[in-house]
Design a protein around this ligand. Sequence first.
Ligand SMILES: *Cc1c(COP(=O)(O)O)cnc(C)c1O
Ligand code: SF4
Length: 350
Amino acid sequence: MHVDLESCNLSEPSSLLMTESQRSTGWKRSLAEAVRSSDELLRRLNLSGHELASTVAESPFPVLVPESYLNRMQKGDFGDPLLRQVLSLGAELVDTNGFLSDPVGDVAARKAPGLLQKYEGRALLIATGACAVHCRYCFRRHYAYSEEPKGLEQWQPALDQIASDASLEEIILSGGDPLLLSDSQLGQLVEAISSIEHIRRLRIHTRLPIVLPNRVTSELVKTLTSTRLAPVVVVHANHANELVQDCAAALQTLTRQVGPVLNQAVLLKGVNDSYEALAELSRRSVELGVVPYYLHQLDRVQGAAHFEVDVELGRKLISEMRRRLPGYLVPRYVAEIAGDSSKRPLMLGD
Ligand SMILES: *Cc1c(COP(=O)(O)O)cnc(C)c1O
Ligand code: SF4
């Protein structure tokens, strides 16, 4: 752990001097200023001369790391669990048998441009293909985002499809990261969804509160809470060291002002493949009001094989969590299997 929650600076003095409109677009500047090469990443962390620097390689899925996230890494530590999630290694370029470009069957689940439905009652809208961070293990790294809609009129076929299917009660905004839409684009989309009578809940799948916490503005809170839809926010953090400083403050804003916030993590070798790492992630989450939801087995996407943890080890870790922690600190350990009717539980008896 690098920073104690108690000692971190939750209300940055400089932010008090900003006007509302500067605050509501400051995240765009943070994104523009994000680190975009592994060389710079290593330099900033005093790792350029490290003996493992030669294992680093540029990739067609380029490095992207916002400053806020970088600030939570430990200088001089090549094995830092946050760094591992975002640093591109030569290992990504190795083709491994069984690791595919569309491991979760997204292409087959496409109901309209930008609309995926795999499960009953809920459908997932790819609001944008862009992300504020490039997670090296991401199962969407090969997805053809450029073919997905980028504005309200382009979402119309997806909205029409949702309106024509009364069995849907929840729409999940995903991506990419849906919170990279501007407040006005997001507002229009949420408004359009809320005008479809059978939809009750709006779920947002986002990593921005974790990697670009200044995206959580009062304007955003207003956008997510200003319709009749019940908002549910699902964030994605994999290690307790992510949940400090400005990120902790952003999560508390969401839990206090928006609605339920759940976390989904991915079980990743070298990041959180130990009891202590998973337990601390859960403890820290709940202390901020965020409930552990899923622990995902890694999707077998090309280029991510070096992150894979054996399911047997995953089961042991969850069993240990069940033995030593209250039930609400134990996430459901699941895999996404193409063609299944829900995420598949990996704990026997679940
Ligand atoms: C994971 C996923 C969901 C959400 O599943 P829950 O179990 O409801 O969290 C919904 N749609 C798609 C296409 C998904 O991949
Ligand atoms: S934020 Fe999510 S969608 Fe984007 S790269 Fe990371 S895991 Fe993938």
